[in-house]
Design a protein around this ligand. Structure first.
Ligand SMILES: NC(=O)c1ccc[n+]([C@@H]2O[C@H](COP(=O)([O-])OP(=O)(O)OC[C@H]3O[C@@H](n4cnc5c(N)ncnc54)[C@H](O)[C@@H]3O)[C@@H](O)[C@H]2O)c1
Length: 325
């Protein structure tokens, strides 16, 4: 019998495959279309919580037949890692051959997590934001603040980014990085409201907390603006979320699962899942004045939309290390 092998891709290998943000947005579009048509298998993610608090390690399996993709991400989020000089998000992804079930690759999942989350924001924004949106507010200028800016810059004629972080040095290094990489003016601001009021697009990407800090108040988000709540409802006062005319998410069963374990205790009713917007089963933005929000939880499907392409490109470019199974 032929010896079975798997391809191991380190974090640097995955990033060096060279997928662009525009390609990743297209992959997420395709996956959400499949989900909207009911053709994705994806149970809500089970998790364990070593050390308690807001620590988690989640198992995230998904099967997308149309994308010939099956696999699972095993991802940790440990907020205390910041003080240890370690990354908050770490983990591995296993890709399987959908025909035989055999594992074909093991790869670091940090890069995929960073980019697919941002691409899901873009998929939502394409339906929910005003096409002429030019000013973006970012609260939480870390990995997600950066990738969400990159993804929104693919779809919108962005001119200016208002950057707020509890650590002013994070906002200034974000400003230096973004303005050197893209043709954007980045304004680090001292007050969170300056990254909300006056913005067409708002991304909140601070830590996810079971008990939200509720910094963003009712009256801050302009009429006509769109917000992506990457850090769940942590940033938003319930009254501020209730100002949304359309409050969306990426997966209702998963949201209900989070509600059962203590998250999302005071959010507005869900208008639509992203799959329903992408397939046109429900309209996105209908007037220039609507306030719209998406609270994407991050789906196994998002990872499994991207991972097979990373694998195929790595094989083509001879990136990675083959290991015996
Ligand atoms: N929904 C999803 O699919 C998904 C996927 C990945 C990550 N996330 C979440 O996105 C968030 C950001 O992740 P990341 O990888 O960018 O982390 P990160 O550590 O790189 O960045 C977080 C940033 O937020 C800042 N911060 C902390 N508290 C803040 C506050 N109250 N206001 C403003 N800034 C604050 C930190 O200084 C840091 O710069 C996390 O909560 C993570 O769990 C969500």
């Amino acid at each position: 019998m032929e010896k079975q092998q798997i391809l191991y891709l380190s974090q640097a290998d995955v990033a060096s495959v060279g997928l662009t943000m525009a390609e990743i947005i297209d992959l997420l579009e395709a996956a959400f279309r499949e989900k909207g048509e009911g053709r994705v298998e994806m149970p809500p993610k089970p998790g364990i919580h070593p050390g308690g608090g807001d620590n988690f390690i989640h198992a995230m399996p998904a099967y997308i037949p149309a994308m010939n993709s099956a696999g699972m991400k095993w991802v940790s989020g440990f907020p205390g890692n910041y003080n240890r000089g370690l990354p908050y998000i770490t983990g591995l992804l296993i890709l399987n051959d959908p025909e035989t079930g055999l594992p074909i690759a093991v790869m670091d999942c940090v890069w995929i997590t960073a980019v697919r989350t941002a691409a899901a924001t873009a998929v939502a924004a394409r339906r929910l934001a005003r096409p002429e949106s030019a000013v973006l507010g970012v609260l939480g200028c870390g990995v997600q603040g950066t990738t969400n800016t990159e993804a929104l810059n693919v779809l919108f004629p962005l001119e200016r980014v208002m950057a707020y972080d509890v650590k002013p040095e994070a906002a200034s290094s974000f400003a230096a990085q973004i303005s050197s990489q893209f043709d954007l003016e980045v304004v680090p601001v001292d007050m969170p409201q300056q990254a909300v009021t006056g913005c067409d697009l708002v991304v909140t990407a601070g830590p996810i907390l079971k008990v939200p800090h509720r910094t963003i108040q009712a009256g801050w988000l302009d009429a006509g603006a769109f917000a992506s709540l990457v850090d769940f409802d942590s940033y938003w006062h319930p009254d501020a979320m209730k100002e949304a005319d359309k409050f969306c998410t990426d997966d209702v069963p998963q949201l209900e699962h989070y509600e059962e374990v203590g998250y999302f205790q005071d959010i507005p009713p869900i208008y639509a899942e992203l799959g329903e917007l992408v397939t046109g089963k429900k309209p996105g933005r209908e007037t220039p004045e609507e306030r719209t929000m998406t609270c994407n939880l991050g789906l196994a499907m998002d990872d499994m939309a991207v991972a097979p392409v990373v694998y195929r490109r790595a094989v083509e470019k001879e990136i990675g290390t083959w290991l015996p199974l």
